[in-house]
Design a protein around this ligand. Structure first.
Ligand code: NDP
Length: 298
């Protein structure tokens, strides 16, 4: 391990999230006082996937804590595509609803794309609708997908440079890698970087990760990035959330990122911990997008 960087900055998402939520509180109060509007999210959960139930519960909790409304439509696993789309259409036309979220993954019998596309782009607070992705890629983002949006906020809060930097993203999913590329490559706040996107078709991943000034990793592989894959002074954003067995833990497992944290820490200029890095940002950005939608409804 190299000890060149004695002051590696720990990029804690909770600090950024608290800062954003303070600001959101002012906006929510103003919406209520002046316009009698309470930001409201309608979430749809199909089936009883325990992880999805947990995500929905934490979203409900966060909205309640911020004095916003979050309602969940719990639908049985055998819900038909047309029933689900009918429900979404109703929510699209309901003026009291500002954000619509369909919890993924959906059961295999349902066409996720078709369902996500039926959400009105004006209420698409997850930012997954092709129209919102299109706006983002044209350099005029409206609703930015929550995880990449949260990463931009972390970079801004901790003043991590992006302009004239080489940002390397590992992963090209629609929810993380692709929108992240769109944000960093453009001349936007915390953008203007030269961006390389890596995936399973990349030959010699280390060749690219070693060139990164900023490395964003969303591959879903526990502790995949090792110290010998990065250069000294790299800023590292670890998106991964992986559950690995660990008999020494009370629960029998622990959560780790896609980066081998202890192997990379000393070499990095800054790094997000897992848990506690990118994770806390995602729901905060969902709140932020819902408040934006409520403001747009005036
Ligand atoms: P996906 O499985 O949808 O995408 C993974 C991506 O990583 C794919 O593009 C894949 O490439 C690429 N990849 C996989 N293996 C390699 C490899 N060996 N070399 C290079 N690229 C590789 O994952 P998500 O984007 O949905 O999520 C990624 C991680 O982030 C997961 O751990 C997830 O739990 C976490 N996550 C965390 C969030 C948070 O709030 N912090 C929110 C969302 C996700 P290819 O396209 O070629 O298959």
């Amino acid at each position: 391990m190299n000890n060149f960087f004695f002051n590696t900055i720990l990029l804690k998402g909770s600090n950024v999230s608290n800062h954003i939520r303070k600001n959101l509180t002012l906006q929510i109060n103003e919406l209520k006082k002046t316009y009698n509007i309470t930001p409201k999210l309608s979430a749809i959960l199909v089936g009883d996937n325990p992880a999805s139930q947990l995500y929905i519960k934490s979203k409900e909790k966060a909205f309640k804590k911020m004095d916003c409304i979050s309602e969940t439509h719990n639908l049985p696993i055998n819900t038909t595509e047309s029933n689900l789309i009918e429900l979404i259409k109703g929510l699209n036309n309901d003026n009291s609803v500002h954000g619509i979220l369909v919890q993924l993954p959906l059961p295999k019998s349902l066409d996720s794309k078709k369902i996500l596309h039926s959400i009105s782009p004006e209420k698409d607070v997850d930012g997954f609708h092709p129209m919102n992705i299109g706006y983002l890629y044209q350099g005029e983002p409206k609703y930015v997908p929550c995880t990449p949006g949260g990463i931009i906020e972390i970079l801004d809060f901790y003043d991590i440079p992006t302009e004239r930097c080489h940002a390397v993203i590992v992963g090209r999913s629609n929810i993380v890698g692709k929108p992240m590329y769109g944000l960093l490559a453009q001349n936007l706040r915390k953008g203007n970087a030269t961006v390389t996107m890596c995936h399973t078709g990349t030959k010699d991943l280390s060749y690219f990760t070693k060139q990164a000034d900023l490395l964003i990793i969303a591959a879903g592989i526990p502790e995949f990035i090792k110290g010998d894959m990065i250069s000294e002074g790299t800023h590292i954003i670890d998106v991964g959330i992986n559950r690995v067995n660990d008999a020494s833990e009370k629960k029998g497992y622990k959560i780790v990122g896609d980066v081998d944290f202890f192997d990379c820490f000393d070499k990095s200029a800054s790094i997000t911990p897992v848990p506690g890095g990118v994770g806390p940002m995602t729901i905060t950005m969902l709140l932020s997008n819902t408040v934006t939608s409520a403001k747009n409804s005036i």
